[in-house]
Design a protein around this ligand. Structure first.
Ligand SMILES: [Zn+2]
Ligand SMILES: [Zn+2]
Length: 263
């Protein structure tokens, strides 16, 4: 019986990286998550290829299979939610969503490819709107929180960015570094209520996306080149993995990676 060591990381939920809301446990390994986090995970993250009616969830931390989530434990009694997927609810969650979720959960968020972030700030490119931003933010939020209807959140975040951009005083002489800092703070404040512990990572990612001046497909391609994962629309044979990881962020497993499970 291996006792895991992640208690050193406090009691944050490994999925949202924030204090746990409605403590829940997987029935086999008793790893702890927010109730919503683990249910959403169970619903969207497993592969649909080989088992549409999958009745278990693989723990993102230890990969053990549990068939239920235990919650509302008060010392005597508890509630139990059986895992059972309804494949029709997860149509919106495409391969690209899942790929992006993996990027957030297994990669540290350092700059990738040769995207030059400071050049973007120095060149004042940030003054122009980015035509792909809405669609990009929408997909990222869907992937991160595993919800389909994210329009209100996306509106809010993109609106805040637009008004930040438009409200820059004429002839503003702030340094690029200061502009960058302001921008990141603005986005973080807007996103935090929804993304909680994943906010900073999202902000870095958003900055990288706008600084890249690429469209969504091209941006995804940069990632695939960097991480070597495949998503169906993109063919790439590079399979180098990034070594730089933030030790404070648990790396979660995705069941899709283990093809041997298919049987
Ligand atoms: Zn959580
Ligand atoms: Zn576990």
């Amino acid at each position: 019986m291996e006792q895991e060591e992640e208690h050193s990381r406090s009691d944050n939920c490994p999925i949202c990286l924030s204090p746990i809301l409605q403590e829940s446990y997987l029935d086999q390994c008793f790893h702890k998550f927010c109730y919503n986090c683990i249910l959403q995970w169970a619903k969207f993250v497993p592969s649909k290829q080989y088992s549409p009616q999958q009745s278990f969830v693989k723990c993102p931390l230890c990969k053990r299979k549990s068939s239920s989530v235990i919650y509302d434990y008060d010392g005597n009694s508890f509630q139990q939610h059986l895992i059972n997927q309804n494949s029709d609810t997860s149509n919106f969650f495409t391969k690209a969503h899942k790929y992006r979720l993996q990027c957030y959960y297994v990669q540290s968020g350092n700059s990738i490819g040769n995207i030059n972030i400071m050049r973007y700030w120095k060149s004042y490119k940030y003054r122009q709107p980015n035509q792909w931003l809405y669609r990009w933010v929408s997909r990222e939020i869907q992937a991160l929180i595993q919800e389909k209807d994210v329009d209100i959140i996306v509106h809010h975040i993109v609106g805040v960015i637009d008004s930040w951009r438009r409200n820059e005083p004429k002839g503003c002489k702030n340094s690029p570094e200061l502009k960058q800092e302001e921008f990141k703070k603005t986005v973080a404040d807007a996103a935090k209520p929804f993304l909680r512990g994943r906010t900073d990572r999202f902000v870095n990612e958003l900055e990288m996306f706008v600084a890249s001046e690429l469209n969504i497909e091209a941006y995804d391609k940069v990632y695939v080149n960097h991480l070597g994962w495949k998503i169906p629309e993109i063919n790439n044979d590079d399979d180098e993995e990034s070594e730089e990881r933030d030790p404070l962020i648990p790396l979660l497993s995705f069941s899709d990676e283990e093809i041997d499970e298919t049987a």
